[in-house]
Design a binder for this molecule. Structure first.
Ligand SMILES: Cc1cc2nc3c(=O)[nH]c(=O)nc-3n(C[C@H](O)[C@H](O)[C@H](O)COP(=O)(O)OP(=O)(O)OC[C@H]3O[C@@H](n4cnc5c(N)ncnc54)[C@H](O)[C@@H]3O)c2cc1C
Length: 314
């Protein structure tokens, strides 16, 4: 698959990147590791006129601890983050989700910012232009209806970041800088559930940092996948706790993560949330395993993750 022609610009710093974006009147995308974006461009699912490379920006590459928070630059690679002492010592759910992401080669290239802002996925959508032309375009590709749930005017693609759920359970905040200035939002409120605009990111905004309050947590990440060596989550469940109760976040089933707070930490309380999440999940037949199985596994993985986090399971 050949890339279409595009203009390539390497930004010196965040202000330079925003100026490059503004000069192209919004007809540009940002590039970090490129492991999500470049395949989309090859498949002609994204055809930007210009690509602004953020990789050379030093201020986006560090992990710093100050004032009770750890601040992670968006360009920090998944591999660097996985091996960071603060992450290892305090956030088991995040450490495990980083370990479970793709394979080490991809972890060394892919950034945490790109991981959070990766596009949603579907077996009918993530295909070459030739494949999609022969099959008939789905809703996302400009067709009239979904090809998975026949006739549906709603897209059933899956948000598949392994690490956003762990960050959500750790109460992380996302910091942006863009043409309209700086702002910070809770990561949990980043997800819109809209297939055509899955993130509440304003035009030209750069995700600069992720900020997490540093507290010793219990936690775990459970992932359903076909190949242990490298695969997107078919279901992913992160659980974290820094006191009474659990934060739970589910990825891989639907356009945005499912988020829960567990206040009753008895076995019955955990089961109640596991059953609720299973019932809330609306998986479609757009991955390599059946929706019924994935729906059931949402609840199974929540119970399994909590058990493991409290040292009772394997
Ligand atoms: C074979 C394969 C297997 C994979 N397996 C997994 C997996 O198991 N789990 C998983 O979670 N992911 C997986 N991925 C997806 C991807 O590799 C990772 O999510 C990776 O972390 C993406 O980071 P990146 O830096 O390469 O993002 P890029 O491709 O550079 O960017 C992704 C998106 O984010 C935007 N972006 C990037 N940085 C910024 C920023 N700072 N500000 C604003 N916008 C930004 C880009 O414009 C683009 O839209 C896989 C990819 C491949 C090719």
């Amino acid at each position: 698959m050949v890339l279409s022609r595009f203009e390539y610009k390497k930004a010196r710093d965040v202000a330079d990147a925003i100026a490059l974006y503004k000069a192209r009147k919004g007809k540009a995308v940002y590039l970090a590791g490129g492991t999500d974006l470049i395949p989309l461009m090859k498949q002609k699912l994204s055809m930007p006129k210009a690509v602004i490379d953020l990789k050379g920006i030093d201020e986006l590459r560090s992990v710093t601890s100050k004032g009770g928070y750890v601040e992670i630059g968006a360009n920090v690679t998944l591999f660097e983050l996985k091996n960071n002492a603060v992450i290892k010592d305090n956030f088991p759910a995040l450490h495990e989700s980083l370990e479970a992401t793709a394979c080490e080669t991809l972890q060394m290239r892919g950034s945490i910012g790109g991981n959070i802002l990766q596009d949603t996925r579907c077996l009918e959508h993530n295909q070459s232009l030739e494949w999609r032309t022969a099959r008939g375009f789905c809703l996302r590709s400009g067709g009239k209806a979904c090809n998975v749930v026949k006739g549906s005017k709603i897209c059933f693609a899956n948000y598949c970041s392994d690490n956003a759920p762990a960050l959500v359970t750790l109460d992380a905040e996302a910091r942006f800088e863009g043409p309209e200035g700086k702002r910070a939002i809770k990561l949990a409120s980043l997800f819109t559930g809209d297939a055509f605009k899955p993130f509440a990111v304003r035009a030209g905004e750069i995700l600069t940092h992720i900020r997490i309050p540093v507290k010793k947590t219990k936690g775990a990440y459970e992932k359903l996948r076909v190949r242990e060596s490298m695969d997107y989550p078919l279901v992913g469940v992160a659980v974290s706790s820094s006191g009474p109760g659990w934060n739970v976040c589910v990825t891989g089933v639907g356009l945005k993560p499912l988020i829960y707070e567990v206040r009753n930490t008895s076995e019955a309380g955990i089961k109640e949330i596991a059953d609720k999440a299973s019932s809330d999940a609306r998986p479609a037949a757009n991955t390599v395993v059946s929706p019924v199985y994935r729906k059931k596994m949402v609840g199974v993985l929540i119970k399994r993750a909590v058990k493991r986090a409290i040292g009772e399971g394997k």
